[in-house]
Design a protein around this ligand. Structure first.
Ligand SMILES: NC(=O)C1=CN([C@@H]2O[C@H](COP(=O)(O)OP(=O)(O)OC[C@H]3O[C@@H](n4cnc5c(N)ncnc54)[C@H](O)[C@@H]3O)[C@@H](O)[C@H]2O)C=CC1
Ligand SMILES: CCCCCC(=O)CC\C=C/C=C/C=C/[C@@H](O)[C@@H](O)CCCC(=O)O
Length: 256
């Protein structure tokens, strides 16, 4: 799918993977609304992109994805600026085992609410043009071996299950929607902080053992999902050792 003229909303876009996803979309001709709870940093990132790709191509909205009203305001601002939404990236997330409730609110509830609002705006049955919704889970959302981040792992299992469930919905074809789940393993961003885990020493040791992705490797997988019009139900893992792999393809729905 050509991304020229498409409109994307990326949550958690001020830094890290969200910033890199936003830039990859901009490079391919999309307009991007960057949403993040970090206001000065999100504005600085957006200004940087406006200078590089054009003032009308990037928009910052301060948004805490755990707040339904802030998410709603973000969609309203995005639609009033760009008039459409084609690509929704629910990326915002934290890793803090010492605050599990906050982590559930951001990592899981934020993704569910962001997805549901995007479905309402993007569905062809509701006047939208269809498109893709990518939710960022983690390899921790498929294999619970990261015993030092159990609550984080729970949120990411939730994201993967939620996204896959949407992809099995027999009505998504009519809606013109695709749902995919991006599952990177450890990647070199600020989220890697052993102090947020239950067992910092083990966390560091195991991270080194598993290996750390560089951001561009994850961006390559991300773009593959965005551009692949057949990717509904894809669960893509990206690891330092094995690169891009697909965890599971959707089962046939013909008997449902
Ligand atoms: N870096 C890694 O090892 C991996 C990261 N992930 C996931 O990738 C996503 C992006 O994380 P990274 O870029 O690595 O981390 P990061 O910490 O660099 O970026 C996270 C971004 O989310 C924003 N954010 C945090 N809480 C928010 C909220 N309530 N509302 C809106 N924005 C909020 C932050 O301000 C920040 O800009 C997260 O969902 C994370 O769980 C998944 C697998 C591996
Ligand atoms: C050299 C820096 C070492 C820092 C090590 C850490 O801080 C690791 C633990 C801290 C944060 C963990 C973040 C979790 C990210 C997950 O989404 C995912 O990458 C976990 C993958 C686990 C797995 O594949 O089994």
């Amino acid at each position: 799918m050509s991304l020229s003229g498409k409109v994307a909303l990326v949550t958690g876009a001020a830094q890290g993977l969200g910033k890199a996803f936003s830039e990859a979309l901009l490079k391919r001709g999309a307009k991007v609304c960057l949403a993040d709870v970090q206001s000065p940093l999100g504005e600085a990132t957006t200004t940087e992109f406006q200078q590089e790709y054009g003032k009308d191509r990037a928009l910052f909205v301060k948004c805490d994805v755990s707040s339904v009203s802030e998410l709603q305001t973000t969609f309203t601002k995005l639609l009033s600026e760009y008039g459409q939404l084609d690509i929704m990236i629910n990326n915002a997330g934290i890793m803090d085992e010492h605050n599990p409730a906050r982590m559930v609110d951001i990592n899981l509830t934020g993704v569910i609410m962001g997805t549901n609002m995007a479905v309402d705006v993007m569905s062809k049955e509701k006047g939208g043009q269809g498109g893709i919704i990518i939710n960022v889970a983690s390899t921790a959302g498929i294999t619970p071996r990261a015993f030092f981040t159990p609550a984080y792992t729970g949120t990411k299992f939730g994201v993967a299950g939620f996204t896959r469930s949407w992809s099995y919905n027999p009505y998504v074809k009519k809606m013109g929607l695709r749902f995919a789940c991006l599952c990177p393993a450890f990647t070199a961003t600020d989220i890697l902080n052993p102090m947020g885990t239950l067992y910092p020493v083990d966390a560091e040791k195991i991270t080194q053992m598993i290996g750390i992705n560089e951001i561009p490797a994850v961006v390559a997988g991300f773009i593959q999902l965005v551009e692949d019009e057949q990717c509904n139900g894809a669960v893509m893992t990206i690891t330092a050792q094995e690169g891009i792999q697909f965890y599971k393809k959707p089962l046939a729905l013909s008997k449902m």
